[in-house]
Ligand binder design. Structure first.
Ligand code: ATP
Length: 303
C-alpha cells in the first residue's frame, strides 16, 4: 500500500477519502512528508552518497502562486558540517530544506548532494540519503517498536531497540505497560512532547542517513526533557551533515556554523562564537530570546 500511495498520493487521497481507512492512510501520508510534485527524470540514477556535502548553486525559486523566495541563492555545506539555519518567519528556512528534499525544483540554478544534481537522481535514493526529524512527530496506532521501525522498515527488533537506546527512549519505553509492544498513536497511550521527539530521533538514527534535516519543535519542554532531547540529538547528528531549522537558539551551541537568513538571503554566516562576537543579527536574535522577549515563543521571533 505504501509504495502505491507514495507514487500517487493525491489520487490516493481522493480515492480513499470516504472510506474508513482514511484516518490511517491520511496519517501515513503525513508521515511520508510533504507532497512530491516532481517526477524522476527518465534517465534518473540512484544518488551515490559520499559524505553528504550540500550545494545550492545560484538557485532561484518561486512558489507556483508567484511568491519568489530565492534569487541566485548559493550555499555550500561541506560533508559532516552541522549548520543551524535561523531567521525571522518567512525568511525562507523551510523552503530551503524543502528544496534539499526536492519537494520542488528551482526555476534556475542547481541543488546538489555530493556533486550530484537532485534532478538527475531517483527520488527513492534521495529520500534514503536524508533523515528528516520534523517539528511534529506523527505516531501510528501501532506498537512503539513499529513506530520506531518506520525509520527503516527492514530493521530487526534489536536494531530498533539499539536506536531507541541511542535516542534516550529505552527507559521510558520499558516503563510503559507493555514495553515496546505498547500501542501509541491517536487511540493509544499518550506520550509527552519530549518522548515523541525522541521517537522521531530514534527513527532518524535507525535510518542512518548521511544528511539530517532537523525542524526543531517550537514547543517548549521542561528542562529535564529538553536535556534528554538534546542528548538524543547529539547522538543523531554525530558525524553527519546537518541542516537544522532552529527556533530556540540555545540548542545551537554545538553547531559548527550558523546561517542567518532574511528575505531569502543569507545575512550572516559563521561559527556561533564568531557571530556572537560580531554583535549583528544573530546576536540580536540571541539577546531577544535570552531576555525572553517573545518568550519560549521567543522561538517565534526567529520563526
Ligand atoms: P517560518 O519560520 O515561519 O517557518 P520560513 O523562514 O521557514 O518561515 P518559508 O516557510 O520558507 O519561511 O517561507 C518563505 C516565503 O515563502 C514566505 O513568504 C512564505 O509565505 C512563502 N511560502 C511558503 N510556502 C509557500 C507555498 N507553499 N506557497 C506559496 N508561498 C509559500
Amino acid at each position: 500500500t505504501f509504495r502505491i500511495l507514495h507514487g500517487s498520493r493525491d489520487l490516493a487521497f481522493a480515492l480513499v477519502g470516504t472510506t474508513q481507512q482514511f484516518g490511517m492512510i491520511a496519517e501515513t501520508l503525513r508521515v511520508i512528508g510533504p507532497r512530491h510534485a516532481v517526477a524522476d527524470a527518465p534517465d534518473a540514477r540512484p544518488l551515490v552518497p559520499l559524505g553528504g556535502a550540500i550545494d545550492f548553486e545560484a538557485v532561484s525559486f518561486a512558489y507556483p502562486d508567484g511568491r519568489r523566495v530565492f534569487r541566485a541563492f548559493s550555499l555550500h555545506v561541506p560533508a559532516g558540517q552541522r549548520v543551524g539555519v535561523v531567521g525571522p518567519s518567512g525568511a525562507g528556512k523551510s523552503t530551503l530544506v524543502g528544496l534539499l528534499q526536492r519537494l520542488d525544483d528551482p526555476q534556475a540554478g542547481r541543488v546538489l548532494i555530493d556533486g550530484q544534481e537532485l534532478t538527475a537522481v531517483t527520488q527513492d535514493s534521495l529520500r534514503a540519503a536524508i533523515a528528516v526529524v520534523p517539528q511534529e512527530i506523527v505516531l501510528f496506532h501501532r506498537s512503539v517498536l513499529e513506530n520506531i521501525r518506520y525509520g527503516r522498515p527492514d530493521a530487526t527488533d534489536e536494531e530498533v531497540m539499539e536506536a531507541a537506546h541511542a535516542a534516550r527512549c529505552d527507559d521510558f519505553i520499558r516503563a510503559l505497560p507493555e514495553g515496546y509492544g505498547t500501542l501509541v498513536g491517536e487511540r493509544g497511550i499518550k506520550l509527552s512532547g519530549g518522548q515523541r521527539q525522541r521517537i522521531g530521533i530514534a527513527r532518524a538514527i535507525l535510518k542512518d542517513a548521511p544528511i539530517i534535516v532537523l525542524d526543531e519543535a517550537t514547543s517548549a519542554l521542561d528542562s529535564h526533557s529538553e536535556a534528554e532531547v538534546q542528548q538524543a540529538l547529539e547522538r543523531l547528528i554525530h558525524g553527519r551533515t546537518v541542516l537544522a531549522v532552529a527556533h530556540r537558539l540555545s540548542t545551537l551551541g554545538g553547531f559548527d556554523r550558523i546561517v542567518v537568513m532574511a528575505d531569502g538571503r543569507i545575512v550572516e554566516d559563521g561559527p556561533p562564537s564568531e557571530l556572537h562576537a560580531r554583535g549583528g543579527a544573530f546576536h540580536a536574535l540571541w539577546r531577544m530570546q535570552a531576555h525572553g522577549l517573545g518568550g519560549g515563543p521567543a522561538a517565534r521571533q526567529t520563526g
